[in-house]
Design a protein around this ligand. Structure first.
Ligand SMILES: [Zn+2]
Length: 359
């Protein structure tokens, strides 16, 4: 029988789930560090599923345990369900109907291996050519990145058959739609909290009518490769974040567009206890500047104040170009200016300026 969320909430070990919020039992409720404002003002009743901040006017944080978990780990529905079930001591098996595997990353890891192998074994592979010739990645970097090439539906099924059930394989987004096996065949793995969380497909033949990248259906684009850390560098491109990761720079995460989305802001807010400094490094073009501006405003609105903006030399379009040209393994040579200085430079306010004042 499919365990219901109600059963999970009944048996959930709330103190274990919220350990990082330092739950302190006080009669019929826990006192928590508020994920919103960081003060010891949030509470959760023992049988409730809502985290609520006492500072209603100043903070107003109010989220379900489900939403907190999803935002904290960047999880989708299935993973959130599995995480809560585990902390409730309920094991989800194939016949539970929830189709949640004990280790959801195992299938992803197998699929990643199969695609990575295909990248190098299929002859005259356009994906490999793209990475080498257009992106100038070295063979070592390509292998370390884990990027692969969709070998086709039948070949991928054959590669996964030995270790996984047909149901599992069918549920894999790389199998469930033809998009990845026909068009978006460059398969880029992405991570959340250090574990593989899914794949993004990239178009090989550029087509102005189509987006360059595809996430699996129904996925809210996460802050790609996010894991909680004091200083967070946010870039636009998936490949920017991936090349940084390959070079050992562990705090670079991709928004996958030129600004932060609501989901991505939620992830940062849910990790406010850890995330203290935000560094924006969007593409070195007008769209990147526009996105930087709106991201600054959103971050300030969410209470982040230590925000700086990276300034790349005009010759580099983005972090990936910078890293592949300079061969650098740190961001130490990039100047990050405080957001207000950046605003004053890029949005000067003078008597001839018709733009609205933002300060
Ligand atoms: Zn609060």
């Amino acid at each position: 029988m499919k365990p219901l969320l109600k059963d999970i909430y009944q048996r959930l070990d709330r103190a274990a789930l919220l350990a990082e919020l330092r739950p302190e039992a006080a009669g019929d409720h826990y006192i928590l560090t508020c994920p919103g404002c960081g003060k010891r003002e949030a509470y959760l009743y023992l049988n409730s599923h809502l985290i609520i901040c006492n500072r209603q006017n100043q903070c107003g944080y109010k989220k379900s345990l489900w939403d907190w978990t999803a935002a904290r780990y960047g999880y989708g529905q299935k993973e959130t369900f599995a995480h809560l079930a585990r902390l409730a001591g309920i094991s989800l098996t194939e016949d539970s109907g929830a189709a949640v595997h004990h280790d959801p990353t195992r299938l992803l890891r197998s699929a990643q291996k199969a695609c990575a192998k295909a990248l190098f074994t299929l002859t005259d592979n356009p994906g490999l050519r793209y990475l080498r010739e257009t992106r100038h990645w070295s063979e070592e970097e390509i292998r370390a990145s884990g990027i692969g090439y969709h070998p086709g539906l039948d070949a991928l099924r054959t590669a996964l058959n030995a270790d996984h059930t047909t149901e599992e394989i069918d549920a894999l987004p790389l199998m469930a739609t033809k998009l990845f096996s026909t068009k978006y065949r460059l398969i880029i793995p992405f991570h959340q909290n250090g574990a593989i969380a899914g794949f993004i497909g990239r178009l090989i033949e550029e087509d102005p009518e189509q987006p360059k990248y595809r996430f699996p259906k129904n996925t809210k684009v996460p802050l790609v490769n996010f894991e909680p850390t004091t200083e967070v560098v946010i870039v636009e491109g998936i490949l920017d974040a991936l090349l940084a990761r390959v070079r050992g720079i562990k705090n670079v995460f991709a928004s996958c567009t030129n600004q932060l989305s609501g989901t991505q802001l939620d992830t940062l807010t849910a990790n406010r206890n850890t995330v203290k400094r935000i560094r924006l490094l969007f593409d070195n073009d007008p769209a990147g500047k526009k996105g930087t501006f709106s991201s600054i405003i959103k971050l300030l609105g969410d209470g982040f104040t230590d925000i700086r903006v990276g300034e790349l030399d005009p010759q580099y379009k983005d972090l990936e170009e910078y890293l592949s040209h300079t061969k650098k393994t740190t961001l130490d040579s990039i100047t990050f200016v405080p957001y207000y200085e950046w605003l004053a430079t890029h949005y000067p306010i003078d008597e001839h300026d018709t733009r609205p004042s933002i300060l």
